[in-house]
Design a protein around this ligand. Structure first.
Ligand code: GLU
Length: 374
């Protein structure tokens, strides 16, 4: 029995094209999808939040457009994705609805997870969907992505999403049950159940892409593992070949786990504390100092003064009136807006700025308490 999935609070599940789309008929495998939805619904009953990353747009659309077999040109796969994404989203929406779960379609491009402002926006939207109990169904916006700014595979996209959302478990469902020391067709190939560090030797085990429909293969899965464990998220490569693939993982069916050394929140906080140079300062009052010590977010009401020309998403230092640094964190407003709302109640933010921004200036998940002098 695997607790890593059963106990996860926020799960990202990536489904490869070959699992969802029948290679012969080009249709959605409806009964398999229904069994997966059962597993997702079970996860929600356990109290977990679920994000789906689904491939299959190109595989579905190419058939509808009557494109020939074999490798597609970039513009052909983009056209196929535009057609197939409609069917894909509809299939997810209908399947989730049978379990009274609301599906939300989210199409992202590489820059949405790489560029800070877009990243924060995407994260806020996904957080809101999760808070409302919906299941985001994410795919790359293949139709507008150009080859240079394209993921091209949903393995790394899913890992980026898992990292962005501080998920604690990423499940890559594909047509292979995990990592082998050599191509699994070879007699001497040995199965690897658990990886604690992605060493060059592990990377060397990733062979060539094996499936005809997806674009992943083991190489992108190892890349995904590096992203996920680096963000404190455990990752598992499991076979989606049979019904109820998540239940099977929980019940201990063979799969490969990449184990993260620290939790998502720990990794994120370590990153904030360690690697970033604060660009500005928020000078706070005694009430805020006490609130932060109790683990609360920093609200505008407790901020007396703003120093520095920071942008939203930058790391700022939170200091007392005497200049003692008490915390560091990612700020949710640009310096100019932060200065305008400093000292105000959250409910008054909209009146002053003309838009409804976040209630907090620095969210507690984006903050670490520190002790040193400035
Ligand atoms: N975004 C592609 C699609 O939906 C799939 C990418 C992949 O195969 O990982 O067709």
């Amino acid at each position: 029995m695997s607790d890593r999935l059963a106990k996860a609070r926020r799960i990202v599940v990536k489904i490869g094209s070959a699992l969802l789309v029948d290679g012969k008929t080009g249709a959605i495998k409806a009964s398999w999808l229904a069994s997966l939805i059962d597993d997702l619904a079970d996860a929600k009953v356990r109290g977990a939040e679920v994000v789906v990353v689904s491939s299959g747009a190109i595989a579905l659309g190419r058939r509808t457009l009557g494109l020939a077999k074999g490798k597609l040109k970039l513009e052909q796969s983009q056209a196929a994705a535009a057609v197939g994404q409609i069917a894909l989203a509809q299939a997810w929406s209908e399947a989730l609805r049978t379990r009274n779960i609301v599906a939300a379609q989210v199409l992202v491009t590489l820059t949405d997870t790489e560029e800070r402002r877009r990243y924060l926006n995407a994260r806020a939207t996904l957080s809101t969907l999760l808070a409302e109990g919906a299941v985001p169904v994410i795919n790359e916006n293949d139709t507008v992505a150009t080859s240079e700014i394209r993921y091209g595979d949903n393995d790394r996209l899913a890992a980026r999403v898992a990292s962005m959302m501080s998920a604690d478990c990423l499940v890559l469902l594909s047509d292979i049950d995990g990592l082998y020391t050599a191509p699994p067709t070879r007699k001497d190939a040995i199965f690897i159940p658990e990886v604690r560090e992605v060493t060059p030797a592990i990377e060397a085990m990733a062979g060539r892409p094996i499936s005809g429909l997806g674009s992943g293969g083991m190489i992108t899965k190892i890349e995904a593992a590096k992203i996920a464990v680096g963000a404190g998220c455990n990752m598992v490569i499991a076979s989606g070949h049979d019904m109820h693939p998540l239940r099977r993982v929980i019940e201990g069916e063979r799969c490969t786990w990449f184990v993260a050394p620290a939790s998502a929140l720990q990794s994120r906080k370590r990153w904030i504390a360690g690697t970033l140079q604060p660009i500005g300062h928020l000078v706070v009052d005694e009430g805020a100092v006490a609130a932060l010590a109790r683990g609360k977010s920093l609200l505008p009401a407790g901020v007396k003064r703003i120093e520095g020309a920071f942008s939203r998403g930058d790391t700022v230092s939170i200091v007392t009136a005497r200049g003692r640094e008490i915390a560091r964190g990612l700020v949710t407003y640009d310096a100019a807006d932060a200065a305008r709302i400093a000292g105000l109640k959250s409910a008054d933010i909209e009146k002053v700025l003309g838009f409804r921004g976040r209630d907090e200036l620095v969210h507690r998940d984006d903050m670490v308490l520190v002790g040193g002098e400035r």
